[in-house]
Design a protein. Sequence first.
Length: 263
Amino acid sequence: MLEVSRAGFYAWRRRPRSARQTEDSRLKVLVHEAHQKGRCTYGSPRIHRALYNQGVRVGRNRVIRLMREENLEGRVRRRYRGTTMSDHPLPVAGNLLDRRFTAHRANERWVADTTELSIPGGRLFLAAILDLYSRFVVGWALSAVNDRHLTLKALDMALRRRCPAEGLLHHTDQGSMYASEDYQRVLERHGIVCSMSRRGNCYDNAAMESWFSTLMNELGEVFESPHDAKVKLFDYIEVFYNQQRMHSAIGYAAPAEFERAAA
C-alpha cells in the first residue's frame, strides 16, 4: 500500500525523531495553551507575542505553520453596525478629537458609543466608554432601551471608577443620548470637554467602533436572555478584555497591565 520496502518501513519506524520535530511538538503544546488563554480568539500575531513573553524565541512563520497543522484559527473581525440617532434639534459639539486616537496619559481622552445586541424576541443596547491611553473600558451599561439613561449609567461608572481631573476630552457621535441636556450637564459639572464626530462619518470615532467589532467577533452579539448577556459581558469586559487580552495598539499588553507598568 505504501509502495516502500519492508526493510525501509521498519527502518523508518525505528528512526528517532529529528530535533526539529521534537521542538515542533513542544511548541504545539505552547501554541495550544496560548490559544486557550486567549479564549480561542488569538491569531498568529498574538500567539507569537504570547510565546515571546514566555521567553520562547520562535519565528512568526513557524507559528503560522504550527497553527495551520493544528487547525487553530483566530477570530475574523466582522463589520460593526452603528446605532446613532442623530436626527434631532439638540446642539452638537465640534470634532475636537479630530481622529487623534492616542493619549499621553490616562483620563486624557475618552471615546464612547452604543451598539445593538440580540436576544430571543427582542434587542439589548450596550453603551461603553474607552480610554484611548490604554484602551481600558472605563464604563459600560446594558439596557433594553437606547436612551440617555443608558449612556448616563455608563458615564457614571466611568466617573466613579476613574475620578478624572478637569480637561478630559470626551468624544462621541452626534446621537441624541449624548447631545441631551442631562448628559451635557454631567460633563459640564465634571469639567469634561465634549467632542462629537461629524454627521455620517464613522471614521471620526473609529477606535470605539473597532472595539465593538472586536467584542462582537470574540464574544458574539446574540444572547439567550438579558441576564445571560449581562453575565457574559461582565466576564468578557472586566475579566478578559481589561485584565488579560493583549492589545496590539499598546504593545500587546493588556489594558490594566499597560497602566500598571506606566504607573
